[in-house]
Write a protein that binds this ligand. Structure first.
Ligand SMILES: [Zn+2]
Length: 437
């Protein structure tokens, strides 16, 4: 799927930068905001958030709104076999694969109005701006709503984009069940959104996704635009520590095999492992189960998880090596057996330099404060980056809060992100076209 992009190359007089930025096209901030508020009614919660889990009646309602709205501005709407929705606006050059802009309209059970929704509705606003102005792009444009990004109802998260990118088979997606035992495939058909298009059959020239940061950095540094250069890699481990349960009063300290003491020492040392790769490394022990969990028994067993993250796989590897060495040493010193199992290994992602450059040029041309940023959360763009040149744009959200009904972003920041999205898409589109004679 890289062939088209590579084959087109960069026209020589545009290769050094994006000279005509910004365009004279301007998205309508009020219209974007009105769409955010209008769609927030589908699954609205009493506390001002959204509960619109994937493939529910609420999801079907917002999908219907999205399809009708896209068709009203002249788009052709395609749906693939896992329910991903693509609104297509043709380009003027034949033979160019579309540039896709999008995100997701599903939410967490206690989701907010902006996570995912902003990316889809800003893409829609960008497309509507082009249509209103009668502007023809070289390549077709696609606005995309990916199915089940959140993973709240069906695990794993980012399922629709994962099937699109060939990470998961359609049969695997169809088979996953929610807590009530309903399978993804059944749920998709019951709301009427199983489409005809084979997942992954649509070739793309590039993919751009606007999203709220879901973290505190942009707000703290008073930056409007985050130029997302990549996404953290993640490794999860489960540790089973086997010590010896014994009487808390009669067992002398040197004769103990205390599973929790080993766990606690690993927790302390883990902070040192993260500090050795500061400032980008994070490390977390999120779950600890102690047995027998009795006040007067030396703990005989502990099950615990370790989550380590870094945006460079080499550093992540070094952190893992240090973790194993620490476990081995502490196990010996505490006289306990520690079995380690790796649960997840998700590689770090570096976004495509041309797409990142287009986002940076757009932010600069529009005069926005900006900084490079690594995403700490997974996004559909992670999967898309496997099959097409990809980048993301972040805007701040209040207190860094997300997956929360109080999630909040300002009209001006949402509009700035949407305008950067439009300009970056136009810059990539200009690079796809042959130079005029
Ligand atoms: Zn999201």
């Amino acid at each position: 799927m890289w062939g088209l992009w590579v084959g087109m190359g960069s026209p020589p007089n545009r290769s050094l930068g994006f000279l005509d930025m910004p365009s004279n096209l301007r998205i309508d901030p009020e219209r974007l905001w009105a769409n955010l508020m209008e769609t927030a009614a589908f699954g609205a919660t009493a506390k001002g958030g959204i509960n619109r889990q994937t493939l529910t009646a609420e999801d079907a309602a917002v999908r219907g709104w999205f399809k009708r709205t896209c068709e009203a501005i002249g788009c052709k709407v395609l749906v693939d076999e896992v329910g991903n929705i693509f609104a297509l606006r043709p380009g003027r050059q034949r033979g160019l694969a579309p540039i896709a802009l999008g995100s997701h309209l599903d939410t967490q059970p206690t989701g907010g109005k902006f996570d995912g929704n902003l990316g889809v509705l800003a893409a829609l606003e960008a497309m509507r701006t082009l249509t209103t102005a009668g502007y023809e792009t070289n390549a077709p444009l696609l606005v995309v709503n990916w199915t089940n990004e959140e993973g709240a109802r069906f695990a794993p998260a980012m399922l629709g984009s994962g099937v699109f990118a060939g990470v998961y088979a359609r049969s695997m997606a169809d088979g996953v069940a929610d807590v009530a035992g309903v399978r993804f495939g059944e749920a998709l058909e019951s709301i009427g959104w199983r489409g005809e298009v084979k997942a992954g059959a649509i070739e793309l020239s590039a993919y751009l996704e606007l999203h709220i940061e879901q973290g505190p950095i942009l707000e703290a540094e008073r930056k409007t635009i985050g130029i997302v250069t990549g996404v953290q890699g993640v490794r999860w481990f489960e540790l089973a520590i086997a010590g010896r349960a014994s009487h808390a009063g009669t067992t002398p300290m040197p004769r103990r095999a205390d599973a929790f003491a080993a766990c606690a020492r690993i927790a302390v040392e883990l902070r040192g492992i993260a500090a050795a790769h500061a400032p980008m490394a994070v490390a977390t022990i999120g779950r600890v189960e102690v047995e027998p969990n009795s006040p007067n028994v030396v703990p005989g067993a502990v099950r615990m998880t370790v989550d380590i993250r870094h945006h460079e796989d080499a550093s992540l590897g070094a952190m893992e090596d240090a973790l194993h060495a620490t476990i081995e040493r502490i196990g010996r010193e505490e006289k306990v057996e520690i079995a380690t199992r790796k649960l997840h290994d998700i590689a770090a992602v570096t976004f495509h330099q041309d797409c990142v450059a287009a986002v940076r040029a757009a932010a600069e041309a529009l005069g926005h404060t900006h900084r490079d940023i690594i995403s700490g959360a997974g996004h559909d763009a992670v999967h898309l980056s496997r099959v097409t040149p990809t980048a993301m744009i972040f805007v701040p959200c209040k207190d860094g809060l997300s997956h929360n009904e109080n999630e909040s972003a300002t009209l001006l920041d949402c509009a700035a992100g949407a305008q950067v999205l439009l300009e970056a898409a136009l810059a990539l589109d200009a690079k796809l076209a042959p130079l005029p004679a």
